[in-house]
Design a protein around this ligand. Structure first.
Ligand code: BEZ
Ligand code: FE
Length: 279
């Protein structure tokens, strides 16, 4: 095929994909090419703009390492992460909704017992978290593996602190026989997503703020139930309606209450979706 022009090049590329053996890969690549070409036509992409895009994606890749995933951050601020989560996590009413994973989860967090302080030295106002994990039928889920992680009062996760050398504000606990869970921590505070890379450039160029409303991250796994990756957001936070990564669900917003002893307290009940039994 020679002398392709702007009217027939899309079809030529699609024809070249026709022998892709994996049907799902074929479907995805076909749609990607169609949308990419349609996008270029719609905005009448210039060569300079095409090259700027290439440079932007190159810089995004160069910002990635084992601690920083700038491509996920880009997906987050473009709403692609939350769209994908919304499309893939439809659950019956009553189940706790899922939201973004974020880049700050770390495998192998320290194991804690109920009542332990997962802050482990992180700065912040002291806080008690009481939670339960149940199935949709209300049955307590015993021995669920619950990972929790959060930022400190300065809005930083431990992995963002160079040379820290130990885990702060993250841990793994297991629910008791009655599905309950209790740990100590620090008050969750709002924080800006990292803006020292290409995602920050994009936010500045579009006059967008980088803030996420205060939240706690949870990852909950229990046999017989769908895994749940979610947050609990702090009621009253000024960024709830303009989260930089579009992740707020009203059902995940809860009050942190200050107790008479001055400590903060959060109570939250998680409801897991049972896995479908094979027929
Ligand atoms: C987070 O909540 O940790 C997070 C999520 C998306 C982007 C940046 C941070
Ligand atoms: Fe977070």
């Amino acid at each position: 095929m020679r002398n392709l022009n702007q009217d027939n090049i899309t079809q030529a590329v699609l024809a070249r994909l026709a022998d892709t053996p994996d049907p799902r890969l074929h479907e995805i690549l076909t749609s990607l090419v169609q949308h990419l070409h349609a996008f270029a036509r719609e905005v009448k992409l210039t060569e300079a703009e095409w090259f700027q895009g290439i440079q932007y994606l190159t810089a995004t890749g160069q910002m990635c390492d084992d601690k920083r995933q700038e491509f996920i951050l880009l997906s987050d601020v473009l709403g692609l992460s939350m769209l994908t989560i919304a499309m893939n996590n439809g659950k019956p009413d009553g189940c706790t909704e899922a939201t973004v994973f974020g880049p700050f989860y770390v495998e192998g967090a320290p194991e804690y017992a109920h009542g332990d302080d997962v802050a482990n030295g992180a700065a912040g106002e002291p806080c008690d978290v009481y939670a339960t994990v149940r199935g949709l039928d209300g049955e307590p889920v015993a021995n669920a593996v619950v990972d929790v992680w959060q930022a400190d009062e300065g809005g930083h996760y431990d992995v963002q602190k160079a040379g820290l050398g130990h885990a702060e504000n993250r841990g793994r606990l297991r629910t008791a026989a009655d599905g309950s869970l209790h740990f100590r921590s620090v008050l969750a505070e709002a924080y800006p997503i990292p803006v020292d890379g290409p995602v920050g450039d994009l936010l500045r160029a579009t006059r967008r703020h980088p803030w996420r409303p205060a939240h706690l991250h949870f990852k909950i796994e229990a046999p017989g139930y769908e895994h749940l990756i979610t947050h609990v957001f702090r009621e009253g936070d000024q960024w709830l309606d303009s989260d930089a990564v579009f992740a707020v669900r009203q059902s995940l917003v809860a009050p942190w209450k200050q107790q008479e002893n001055g400590r903060w307290r959060l109570d939250f009940d998680f409801v897991l979706n049972p896995l479908k039994q094979p027929a």
